[in-house]
Design a protein around this ligand. Structure first.
Ligand code: GDP
Ligand code: IMO
Ligand code: MG
Length: 424
């Protein structure tokens, strides 16, 4: 048995889907443990592009079991849409089990997500609007509806009726929005229940049996370390735990189920939505990276903010998740840029600090300390092994290793499976 976690070491969109799909070739099980349709994981294989939101990135291998764990916020309509979409692309989405303990995203969660953003005005978070924050809010407030509740008609009708009544008051009286039609929501969700029933299970038990059999398990994170509810740039974060610590609670396994933690790190930094971003480039270089890297969000199509690689945050991610291996993606995007900068520390009140401040006010005062590296050319795309990489790119990778104290064991030089170099 082996357990490998794949997490985002930055603000999301590092290429977790690509790396998970690549590693899934040698795994029997792939598990999502947090987040929901706020995630957008793009996988390219056999000349096709697959955009995944809820379904784990192991789904393209027909013998791999895919699990949506209890820590995920499941939007049933989006789940079925994604299953149909995959079938439309010729992928068999049937090897999928979802946790009966996972919380269900309801229409009022989505309504409240956008209304609360509107009310925040210029202090909005820039959420994906998928109802993820309000769904987790209900989970912790203990009024959430779980998959097992949806499967019990009486329980569901009672809980949904109570919730819709309360949420409509909130929507109308606090947010000044339009109330939702409770009957049609209940009818719609009861129809989902029948489609969910055959794929719902106690996924902790499914995983336990797989571990007993000696299966290799991949835990696929969504979002990234700096979006973690506790360790990210709060309040500009998501509402779950993308870090490796999230695996135990979100999949229902002990820490001993984890042997390896792969931190996925883009060769530069991007961020969607609002919040601090010390190495952000608001100039032509930022635009160049956005266009060359096609940095537009998968769930919302929003342009991603782009900046230089910030190793202060990747080092923080490495420490928080116990990253053993780094997978560096999108080195190709930087090809052709003559001088590439890397942030190796923050200067605060005249002193260089290496930690990542909790306070956003303190973070705002930090100035990135940059090192400058000579760039590489487009021939990097043709590299099939480490030795083929340009010397300047190797120097860049070595610096990532030194600062993160983890080995770079995967280098991705393109979106397809074959554009992947295993270093060790
Ligand atoms: P995720 O959310 O972490 O899975 O990342 P996204 O899928 O949102 O964004 C990463 C994007 O970069 C996707 O479109 C991938 O297909 C693409 N990608 C991943 N690795 C590479 C790479 O090494 N080079 C290039 N050019 N694209 C990559
Ligand atoms: P993947 O898995 C990048 C960001 C949103 C917003 C904040 C809160 O593709 O890496 P939410 O809807 O979660 O309440 O929004 O988090 N965000 C992501 N940014 N990649 C993601 O997922 C993200 N999921 C959420 O833009 O700033
Ligand atoms: Mg993404």
């Amino acid at each position: 048995m082996s357990g490998t976690v794949v997490i985002g070491a930055q603000w999301g969109d590092e290429g977790k889907g690509k790396i998970t799909d690549y590693l899934a070739e040698n795994a029997q099980v792939v598990v999502r443990y947090q987040g929901g349709t706020n995630a957008g994981h793009t996988v390219e294989a056999d000349g096709k592009q697959y955009k995944l939101h809820l379904i784990p990135s192991g789904i393209l291998y027909k013998d791999t079991l895919n699990i949506i764990g209890d820590g995920v916020a499941i939007d049933p309509a989006a789940l079925f849409e994604e299953m149909d979409y995959l079938r439309g692309l010729g992928a068999d989405a049937s090897n999928l089990v979802i946790s009966d303990r996972a919380h269900v995203v309801m229409p009022y969660h989505k309504a409240i997500d956008s209304l609360s953003e509107r009310r925040r005005g210029s202090s909005d978070i820039g959420t994906t609007g998928k109802g993820i924050g309000p769904c987790y809010t209900d989970k912790f407030e203990r009024s959430g509806i779980r998959v097992c509740d949806l499967l019990n008609r009486d329980v569901f009708v009672k809980k949904a009726t109570e919730n819709i009544e309360l949420k409509n008051e909130l929507i109308e009286k606090i947010y000044g929005g339009e109330p939702l039609d409770g009957d049609s929501i209940i009818e719609e969700y009861l129809s989902y229940a029948e489609r969910i029933r055959p794929i719902a299970a106690d996924t902790t038990y499914v995983l336990y049996k797989e571990m007993k059999k000696g299966s290799s398990i991949l835990f696929e994170g969504a979002q990234g370390t700096l979006l973690d509810i506790d360790y990210g740039t709060y309040p500009f974060v998501t509402s779950s735990h993308p870090i490796s610590g999230g695996v135990c609670v979100g999949a229902g396994v002990g820490p001993t189920a984890i042997d390896k933690v792969v931190g996925v790190c883009k060769a530069y930094t991007t961020r969607v939505g609002k919040g601090p971003f010390p190495t952000e480039l608001l100039d032509g270089t930022g635009n160049l990276i956005r266009e060359k890297g096609n940095e537009y969000g998968t769930p919302t199509g929003r342009p991603r903010r782009c900046g230089w690689l910030d190793l202060v945050i990747v080092k923080f991610a490495s420490r928080l998740s116990g990253i053993t291996d780094v997978a560096v993606t999108k080195l190709v995007t930087l090809a052709g840029i003559e001088k590439i900068k890397v942030c190796v520390g923050y200067e605060l009140n005249g002193k260089v600090i290496e930690y990542f401040p909790a306070s956003l006010e303190e973070l705002a005062k930090c100035k990135p300390v940059f090192e400058e590296y000579d760039g590489w050319d487009g021939s990097i795309m043709n590299a099939t092994e480490y030795a083929d990489l340009p010397e300047n790119a190797k120097r860049y990778l070595r610096r990532i290793e030194e600062i993160t104290e983890a080995r770079v064991s995967i280098v991705s030089v393109g979106p397809e499976r074959e554009h992947t170099i295993i270093v060790r």
